[in-house]
Design a protein around this ligand. Structure first.
Ligand SMILES: Cc1ncc(COP(=O)(O)O)c(C=O)c1O
Length: 396
């Protein structure tokens, strides 16, 4: 079976945050303009159909006609165990799995349950903005171990700074993003091992957000930090079909916690969450039968990335980009245009009418950048870039 990812499915009037959320997006300050012509490429939400087996499973659930309280059947846990063993060579025990309706929710719960108000939490900016909110919104302090970009836009970890921050009084947690959103790095085994060792030595719990771990380039491999760590007592891993299979609206994240004490504390703070029957059937189908779809998707995304890089080289050579090792986001450096971030914003959001995310949302390190999410049919991506290029033609 070959999926047609080029097919454009109209998502307007489907309660989509991306395609119907104009008023909300204006309210939160993402954009001033949003109308019928806006191309929204700001959020990690694919405009692509889900795997057929997942769709079939949801149809079967609908056909049952009754949608009461549901349970997590053994097949739910077996499907997770099967996927992580097969795809990431990670052994997970059933009792280590804790359900959460979302990853951001899980990160917030971890912060509240496993640290105290006033504690320091390490994050690596530029980084997914809800990490900052999870820290500051819960009265904890950001310790920013900023990632360093070389002249080619390849980011690495400043380990000296990381260790110093881990040693600081009251640093009790590190929220790792791997693959990293937005810089696209997949951290190498030696990097992960070093991060884990420093945290273990300094009593720092790692919350590893690995939800982009399946969405990597075809020539890359992803290693969960728990695979290479010397011990797992200080590691909490967030995984999700939300991202891999584009079912964020079905609310399904699974948090893997090996340490029974940490798990108990986290689970207590999470409270009881029974699943929706749609969540359960989607997860089982996705993890059991979604692999060929994922491989086709990865091929499609690689093709889109290649198209974008070529288009930019030809039409907007001042935009500096590298193909990310993982994730489907691209982190575009506009600094060579010598325009202010406001001017760049105005040309893209107001004039081209394309909705991205301003790099400053990811921390001050991102001021000159724009983040684009690319999991849309290529005709949409092409139109967006053509519109943007037109608005920068006078500053070539
Ligand atoms: C790194 C990262 N974590 C979490 C999320 C959101 O996940 P969820 O919808 O499960 O809260 C995203 C979405 O883009 C993300 O990129």
């Amino acid at each position: 079976m070959k999926y047609n990812f080029d097919e454009v499915v109209n998502r307007r009037n489907t309660y989509s945050m991306k395609w119907d959320g104009g008023e909300f997006l204006k309210q939160v300050g993402l954009t001033e303009r949003y109308d019928e012509e806006t191309i929204p490429l700001f959020t990690a939400d694919m405009d692509l159909p889900v795997p057929q087996p997942l769709l079939d499973a949801l149809h079967k659930t609908v056909d049952h006609k009754i949608f009461g309280y549901s349970i997590f059947p053994p097949e739910y846990f077996e499907a997770i165990q099967h996927w992580f063993k097969k795809r990431h060579d990670r052994d997970i025990k059933k009792e280590e799995i804790v359900y959460s309706p979302g990853t951001v929710h899980a990160v917030n719960v971890a912060v509240r349950a496993l640290t105290k108000p006033g504690d320091g939490i390490i994050i690596q900016r530029p980084v997914y903005p809800p990490f900052t909110s999870a820290v500051e919104g819960n009265g904890r302090i950001v310790r920013n171990n900023a990632l360093k970009a070389d002249e080619n836009g390849y980011y690495t970890i400043d380990f000296e700074d990381f260790e110093a921050k881990a040693k600081e009084e009251n640093t009790t947690m590190f929220i790792l993003c791997n693959p990293h959103n937005p810089v696209g790095r997949i951290f190498k085994e030696e990097e992960l091992k070093r991060l884990s060792d420093i945290c273990a030595e300094n009593g720092v719990i790692i919350v590893a957000d690995e939800i982009h771990g399946d969405l990597i380039r075809q020539n890359q491999t992803f290693t969960p930090i728990a695979k290479v760590a010397n011990q797992l007592d200080h590691i909490v891993t967030c995984t999700a079909i939300n991202k891999t299979f584009n079912v964020a609206g079905l609310h399904c994240t699974n948090v893997i916690i090996t340490n029974p004490e940490v798990r108990k504390t986290f689970s207590k703070a999470m409270g009881m969450h029974l699943p929706s029957p749609f969540t359960v059937s989607a997860l089982i189908a996705a993890y059991r039968e979604g692999e060929d779809w994922l491989e086709q998707l990865k091929e499609y995304l690689d093709g889109t990335m290649e198209w974008v890089v070529n288009f930019l080289a030809e039409n907007m050579p001042n935009v500096k980009v590298t193909i990310p090792e993982g994730t489907y986001v691209m982190w575009m450096d506009f600094s060579r245009y010598n325009l202010t971030p406001e001017e760049v914003h105005d040309r893209i959001y107001n004039k081209a009418n394309v909705l991205l995310e301003d790099g400053k949302m990811f921390g001050e390190e991102g001021l000159q950048y724009q983040r684009i999410c690319l999991p849309s049919p290529r005709p949409i991506i092409k139109e967006a870039f053509e519109r943007i290029a037109k608005e920068f033609a006078d500053v070539k």
